[in-house]
Write a protein that binds this ligand. Structure first.
Ligand code: SF4
Length: 191
């Protein structure tokens, strides 16, 4: 982990003595947190929201609070962060190396097969509509992929010490919405 970074999405992390810790950013200074000591405990922490509902999108802004994970070693911290925000660290490192991480949405939709092949028919206005209703409203990732040459929303600026959560390609939830959109257009051609 590069020095000086301490935030990722809704997480704050750091080192105290020989332990690396991570918790919800809103739990700083909160007493009585449930303490976990195995990085694999992060899998269950990330699985459900505060009401016990499954979180299909791990970068939705509904990470539950009330816990702290204290692990031995940087490798264990990285593993926990990977469970909480899959691929976030790898994407960030690749971006720092200057790698081209993303594709246009048209490329992504064009290589779909099976039940998602129909998403290739999604038009730009529909794509921007999904990006607004799904991505802007319910996801913390910063979009790198493009619609008509431009990311569908501003990438914003990270706070000091914050690792960016990058979206390199439209996810399965986006593809599902794209499929529903195209299919409903086929059923309601006037809509
Ligand atoms: S496409 Fe990317 S930004 Fe949009 S919901 Fe999926 S992961 Fe988040």
């Amino acid at each position: 982990m590069e020095e000086g970074f301490c935030k990722l999405g809704q997480l704050e992390f750091g080192v105290s003595g020989e332990k690396f810790w991570v918790r919800h950013v809103d739990d700083a200074g909160v007493d009585g947190l449930e303490i976990f000591s195995n990085s694999h405990d992060a899998i269950a922490i990330a699985a459900t929201d505060a009401h016990g509902n499954f979180r299909p999108l791990k970068t939705a802004p509904n990470l539950r609070r009330g816990w702290e994970l204290a692990v031995c070693g940087l490798g264990e911290l990285r593993l926990a962060l990977d469970f909480l925000y899959p691929a976030a660290l790898g994407n960030w490192r690749a971006a720092l190396r200057g790698e081209n991480l993303s594709h246009s949405l048209a490329e992504t939709l064009g290589r779909q097969t099976g039940m998602y092949r129909i998403t290739a028919k999604l038009d730009s206005a529909e794509a921007l509509g999904i990006a607004k209703s799904l991505c802007s409203a319910g996801c913390l990732r910063r979009i790198l992929w493009t619609v008509d040459g431009t990311p569908p929303r501003s990438t914003g600026i990270c706070e000091a010490g914050e690792i960016p959560l990058l979206c390199t390609d439209a996810c399965s939830l986006f593809l599902g919405e794209a499929r529903r959109t195209v299919k409903s257009r086929a059923v309601n051609p006037a809509g």
